[in-house]
Design a protein around this ligand. Structure first.
Ligand SMILES: *Cc1c(COP(=O)(O)O)cnc(C)c1O
Length: 403
């Protein structure tokens, strides 16, 4: 069986990486005749736990579902506040809103694009019930200095580790620090199930609550239900299970994950080396020794960023901007507060194409195109002067006025 490999490595900002065995795994799952939650899902959970070094793992349908269920399991609900960076995928915030709570947006560190213990501490209020650090780029946010303080106030740490599968916090994998951790296995994540996610529970009782909630609140397993006349629905539930088809893909990917760690580190280091000669841009460091890199993010001086983006896109170099700030989104703007670093970073962020089958040649194609784009953009807008864009000024003052 052949696996289709996509064309040029620079034309996608991110894309799934297949090892080739996934098709056999899906065929096996299809033939089993059991497509919902099943033996494949449970085997995937055990294998994830062994890899991460955690007592248990609860597999779910998506990373967003993982965040939603984790917040509910932490007792988060209406009237509560959950601290979250604005610079994250909107899924983090939607999960908070789905739980009935409201987001309390925090700023991030300009060097890492991650929020810090200090930002989080300053954002705590009597309404805070959980904090949601986001491991941007795969870099773990270390909250060990804050853990006791949060525990004393019964505030849960729910990590959005969608980018950070395989990364380390100190000597332990992200997920094995004792907090509730949520992973995503969607198409572009380092480990893909097609779609999938997982929650690392803090205790056996939390694990059972999560398992019940992912299965519509039904307390008995499918096997037990087969033998009895009835079943019990005990509490809120969703259809958030991970299907055996998706789990089969994930098991194949997990078995080969050491290769992925290596490929992503090598690719990020190739970028780091190639970008050294471009003085105009700053590579966002992600502590590559401890991190399985999810992306390669650079900061381009704000007056040039838009044009550099347009020129690279025109040259079929698929750059992106991750992420539009959530506190500026119509859905969340009512919870906005001033976030100076995030605002300024968002004008500079550029995510370079980053996926594991990119070659060193692709990296050079990207950096050469970037150099050209910077040169052409800089010719018109010298990087040392601030260029005023009347349209943008008008828009941003309008947004500010509405804050
Ligand atoms: C991918 C992602 C999610 C959501 O995961 P899905 O599996 O796509 O639902 C949440 N947060 C971040 C930061 C992500 O990148």
């Amino acid at each position: 069986m052949t696996v289709v490999t996509a064309p040029s490595g620079t034309r996608a900002n991110a894309r799934p990486f297949l090892y080739g065995d996934e098709i056999t795994a899906i065929a096996r799952a299809l033939e089993s005749g059991q497509y919902g939650h099943g033996a494949e899902t449970e085997a995937f959970e055990r294998e994830l736990a062994a890899y991460l070094g955690t007592p248990d793992v609860v597999a779910v349908a998506t990373g967003t579902a993982a965040l939603h269920l984790a917040l509910l399991a932490a007792g988060v609900g209406p009237g509560d506040e959950v601290v979250v960076p604005s610079l994250t995928f909107c899924a983090s915030v939607q999960a908070i809103v789905a739980s009935g709570a409201r987001p309390k947006f925090v700023d991030v560190d300009s060097a890492t694009l991650c929020t810090t213990a200090d930002h989080i501490r300053a954002a705590l209020t009597p309404a805070t019930r959980a904090v949601m650090p986001v491991h941007y780029g795969g870099r773990a946010v270390d909250l060990s200095n804050l853990r006791e303080h949060l525990a004393a106030q019964d505030i849960a740490i729910v990590e959005d580790a969608a980018h950070a599968f395989g990364s380390f916090t100190g000597s332990r994998r992200v997920g094995a620090t004792g907090d509730m951790t949520c992973f995503s296995f969607d198409a572009i994540k380092a480990l893909t199930c097609g779609d999938g996610g997982a929650v690392i529970p803090r205790s056996p009782s939390e694990a059972s609550a999560l398992r019940r909630a992912r299965a519509l609140g039904i307390t008995s397993s499918r096997n037990e239900r087969g033998h009895s006349l009835s079943y019990t629905v005990d509490g809120v539930g969703f259809r958030y299970h991970l299907s055996t088809l998706n789990a089969a893909i994930g098991r194949t990917q997990l078995a080969r994950f050491p290769e992925m760690e290596e490929r992503r580190r090598t690719l990020w280091c190739a970028y780091a080396a190639a970008l050294k000669e471009l003085e105009e841009v700053t590579l966002v460091d992600l502590d590559v020794v401890n991190t399985v890199p999810f992306n390669c993010t650079i900061l381009v001086p704000a007056p040039l960023r838009g044009e550099v983006h347009t020129r690279l896109r025109a040259a079929e170099v698929a750059v992106g901007v991750h992420y539009p700030l959530n506190h500026r989104q119509p859905a969340f703007i009512r919870w906005a507060s001033p976030l100076p670093h995030s605002e300024s970073l968002w004008q500079q962020i550029l995510n370079l194409p980053f996926h594991p089958d990119m070659t060193e040649d692709d990296v050079h194609t990207v950096t050469a195109a970037l150099k050209r784009a910077l040169h052409l953009a800089g010719g018109r807008f010298p990087a040392t002067t601030t260029v005023r864009d009347p349209e943008r000024d008008r828009q941003s003052s309008a947004t500010e006025a509405s804050l």
